[in-house]
Design a protein around this ligand. Structure first.
Ligand code: PLP
Length: 415
């Protein structure tokens, strides 16, 4: 069970809304910091442990800086993400560039800021050489294919577009060595939003074993393994959070059992979690505009799937709290919608909730990762603001809401 709490009460939120109209995403600085410190502590036994925050989860410079101040690096997969990282002062080997189908300009930028380049395909060795040059340190992304099953969200590895096959991994390190590469990393991203920690452990065991095989078969010594992201969060109240300390202990046991006998100690361990770091500590705050009673009862918000697409696209559950009615009995069943001309624009379907009135404020939980960042402009919807609830209780605007001018800025109207 996970209690779905809010770091604000209705009267406080009403004050915030007087300055910043709904809808917006608001993030809890204190909780993000505490959670990140706890995550880092769970792996502090590991030599050179580093978390590279997956920028795509919450690409807000203020959040990325905050995590950088706690010792995190960034995991970037595009030019703008590299620029966010660079502009908040996170560069060099504090940046992991994990991309796929990569344009040459992005490899160039990654090289320019000294990022660790994580190659997605064997053909990218020559592509990188031609367009950006081969650095001293290169990481390879592994796709185990039939050797491993994935999970529901990311699917079967055989069907996944990412990474090197098992055979290509050995060939790839050999080629890189011949090209003068001196330092090597190994990466695999195979689970997504997975709250069964044994799956993350399995990735660690798999990569430790593979690193040992690489040494045996090619003589190449891997310097770090990147266990990547995918650790899930309990979106539903009946789910439990991952016991991160237990996961740390279990990965340590696997390290002692596999890495040390293989003569690979010290092997650095990296992670690139996004969702686990910020996911539970953001809320989409929205105001009820309308109630509608037809074959079902509907509550219409001033936010839409354009602000949070996970429910509409994945059928994902996001808990909803009506402010001031936190303890009220769930006497009604509603579909909670936005205003898109798309019937999947629903934040909740047939959800038991307290009786809702027009003007009520609702908080949609767990939008701190893959929330704002997956937003879009469909139907002429503007992107919302992002706010940071600071440790002292004050609120900073960390991204302004889009305006109509922003929306029209790229359009070319006929004369
Ligand atoms: C998306 C992604 C992550 C982060 O995933 P989370 O589910 O947010 O932890 C990490 N690494 C890669 C390569 C990704 O594509």
């Amino acid at each position: 069970m996970t209690e779905k709490t809010l770091p604000f009460i209705k009267s406080e939120m009403e004050q915030i809304i007087r300055r910043y109209p709904t809808p917006f995403h608001i993030y809890d600085e204190r909780a993000i910091k505490e959670n990140t410190r706890r995550f880092l502590a769970a792996f502090d036994w590991a030599p050179g442990f580093k978390e590279y925050f997956a920028v795509k989860a919450c690409p807000n410079p203020r959040i990325v800086r905050l995590l950088g101040d706690l010792g995190c690096g960034t995991d970037c997969s595009s030019l703008p993400e590299l620029v966010i990282s660079e502009r908040v002062g996170i560069t060099g080997e504090n940046v992991m560039f994990t991309s796929n189908d990569t344009p040459a300009a992005e490899f160039k930028k990654a090289r320019e800021i000294g990022a660790i380049i994580n190659l997605d395909d064997i053909s990218h060795i020559d592509f990188l050489k031609e367009h950006a040059g081969i650095p001293e340190l290169v990481c390879l992304r592994y796709n185990p294919g039939p050797r491993r099953t994935g999970n529901a969200i990311i699917g079967n590895p055989v069907e996944a577009k990412y990474g090197f096959t098992y055979e290509q991994i050995f060939e790839g390190y050999g080629r890189l060595r011949d090209l003068g590469v001196k330092r090597f990393g190994l990466h695999c991203f195979i689970i997504s939003n997975d709250i069964d920690r044994s799956h993350y452990l399995k990735t660690a065991e798999m990569l430790f074993t593979l690193a040992a095989e690489v040494k045996q078969k090619t003589g190449v010594r891997i310097e770090f393994v990147n266990l990547s992201g995918g650790i899930g969060i309990p979106y539903k109240p009946e789910q439990d959070a991952v016991d991160i300390e237990a996961l740390g202990t279990e990965v340590k046991a696997a390290y002692d059992e596999i890495v040390k006998p293989a003569g690979l100690h010290p092997l650095k361990i990296y992670a690139e979690c996004g969702r686990y770091i910020t996911g539970p500590y953001g809320w989409l705050v929205s105001t009820v505009l309308h109630k509608k009673n037809i074959y079902r009862e509907y509550v219409g918000l001033d936010a839409s799937s354009a602000n949070l697409m996970r429910p509409g696209v994945y059928g994902a559950y996001h808990h909803i709290t009506v402010l001031g009615k936190e303890k009220a009995p769930l006497t009604k069943v509603y579909d909670v919608t936005g205003s898109l001309c798309e019937n999947n624009d629903k934040f909740a379907i047939q959800r038991p909730l307290p009786e809702i009135e027009v003007g009520d404020i609702v908080a949609i939980h767990d939008t701190g990762a893959h929330g704002f960042s997956m937003g879009f402009n469909y139907n002429g919807k503007l992107r919302s603001a992002e706010l940071l609830l600071k440790e002292d209780g004050s609120v900073d605007l960390i991204r302004r809401a889009e305006t109509m001018e922003d929306y029209f800025a790229t359009m070319i109207f006929p004369e």
